[in-house]
Write a protein of this length. Structure first.
Length: 352
C-alpha cells in the first residue's frame, strides 16, 4: 500500500517523509503513517509515525481560514520560547512555511503521554482530591503564563499590548463579518455594548487566547497535575484577563446547547467554584479584577464568533470528523447567554 493511501485528508506522507528526514530530530527516511486525532473545529492535529517513533503535526483547517487565525508560525514560536519557563509545553522540532508540501504551513512537536478530559463523565472519575488539585493546577499554570517575562523568552514582538482590548474587539467584529452565514442581532448588540464598556488594561502579558481544561494535558498517573498546555494558535501579548474571562465562561454552565468540550467544570463534584478560581488567580497574580465581568461577556462574544467560523466551514464541507450539525444552535444559545451576562453585570455600559 502506498504512503498516500495511508494519509487522511490534510497531509501528504510522501512529501512529509523527505521533510521529516531532513528537518525532524531522530527521524529517518522511512515510510510514514498518519492518523487524525483532532479535526475540523480548529487546527487539525495528526499523529505521524514511522512505526517506531511518533510525532504530532499541526496544520490549519481545510479552507476558509480567516485572517490572523490559525497561525502555525506563531504557535511554533511561542512553544519554542516557553520551553525554558515554568509553563509546561511540548518540545517542538520543526516548522514549515511552504504550503506546497501539504497545502498549508505546519509544525511538528513531540507526542506527550497524558490525559485530556473532555466530558463531565471523564471528569467525574476524578477523586475529590484529584479534582481539587486539578482545579488549582489549572489556575496556577494560567497565572504562570501571565507571569512569563516575554522579553527574556524572546517573545517581545508577539503582539502590541498598547490598545490591545480595543483592537482585539474590532478584529473579532471583522471576523464575525467574514464568518457569518446569517444575521444574528444578538452578536451585533454584544459588540456595541462591549465597545461602550471597554475598561483600562493592567500590565500586559502573554495571552494564550483559548485557555481551558481540554487545551491542557494532565499527567497519565495523576489528573491533579497539568503537564502541558496546548493550542497556542491565538496567543499574543495583551490583557491577560481575556484568558481568565474565557476560562470562567467554560468553567461555568451555559444554558442550551453545549459550547464545547470540558464545559461546566464547576458543576462536577470536587472541582472548585468560579469564585474560588477568581480568588486563587487574584492571590497568584495580584491583578485588579474590578472589571472582570466585562471579560466574561467579551469571552462569550469571541466564542460565538469562533463557533460561527466553524459553522461556516461545516456548511462548505470543510470540516473533518463529526459533531458539527448543531453549531447553529450553539451559536444562538451562546449569543443570547452573552446578552444575559451583560444585563446581569455590575457595569452600566454593558446594559441595554
Amino acid at each position: 500500500m502506498s504512503e498516500s493511501a495511508l494519509a487522511p485528508e490534510g497531509v501528504d506522507l510522501e512529501k512529509l517523509r523527505e521533510f521529516f528526514a531532513g528537518q525532524v530530530a531522530d527521524a529517518e527516511d522511512a515510510p510514514l503513517r498518519a492518523s487524525l486525532i483532532a479535526g475540523g473545529k480548529s487546527n487539525l492535529t495528526y499523529v505521524i509515525t514511522d512505526g517506531v517513533r511518533e510525532w504530532v503535526l499541526r496544520r490549519p483547517p481545510l479552507g476558509h481560514v480567516v485572517e490572523t487565525a490559525h497561525d502555525m508560525g506563531r504557535e511554533f514560536r511561542v512553544l519554542r520560547g516557553l520551553a525554558s519557563t515554568r509553563v509546561p509545553v511540548p518540545r517542538v522540532f520543526a516548522y514549515c512555511d511552504d504550503p506546497s508540501l501539504i497545502g498549508a504551513p505546519f509544525y511538528v512537536m513531540e507526542r506527550i503521554d497524558g490525559r485530556i478530559p473532555r466530558t463531565a463523565e471523564e471528569m467525574a472519575t476524578f477523586t475529590p482530591d484529584e479534582a481539587r488539585r486539578c482545579s488549582f493546577s489549572l489556575v496556577d499554570v494560567m497565572a504562570d503564563i501571565h507571569g512569563v517575562d516575554f522579553d527574556a523568552a524572546g517573545l517581545s514582538d508577539l503582539g502590541r499590548p498598547e490598545g490591545f482590548l480595543e483592537r482585539n474587539l474590532r478584529r473579532w467584529g471583522k471576523q464575525w463579518e467574514a464568518n457569518k452565514t446569517s444575521d444574528i442581532p444578538e452578536i451585533d448588540e454584544l459588540g456595541r455594548r462591549l465597545q461602550r464598556a471597554l475598561p483600562p488594561s493592567g500590565p500586559p502579558s502573554i495571552v494564550h487566547g483559548d485557555y481551558r481544561l481540554d487545551n491542557t494535558m494532565l499527567a497519565p498517573d495523576d489528573p491533579g497535575r497539568v503537564i502541558a498546555v496546548l493550542d497556542w494558535e491565538m496567543s499574543t501579548l495583551g490583557d491577560p484577563l481575556t484568558d481568565l474571562g474565557l476560562f470562567l465562561l467554560y468553567w461555568g454552565k451555559v444554558p442550551g446547547a453545549a459550547i464545547g468540550t470540558s464545559q461546566g467544570v464547576a458543576e462536577v463534584p470536587g472541582f472548585i467554584t468560579t469564585d474560588e478560581v477568581v480568588e486563587r488567580y487574584a492571590a497568584n497574580t495580584g491583578r485588579d479584577l474590578e472589571h472582570l465581568d466585562f471579560y466574561v461577556v467579551f469571552a462569550a462574544y469571541k466564542l460565538a464568533i469562533i463557533i460561527a467560523g466553524i459553522h461556516a466551514r461545516y456548511l462548505m464541507g470543510k470540516t473533518l470528523g463529526e459533531g458539527f450539525d448543531n453549531y447553529s444552535e450553539r451559536l444562538t444559545d451562546l449569543s443570547r447567554h452573552g446578552l444575559t451576562l451583560a444585563e446581569e453585570a455590575p457595569i452600566p455600559a454593558l446594559h441595554g
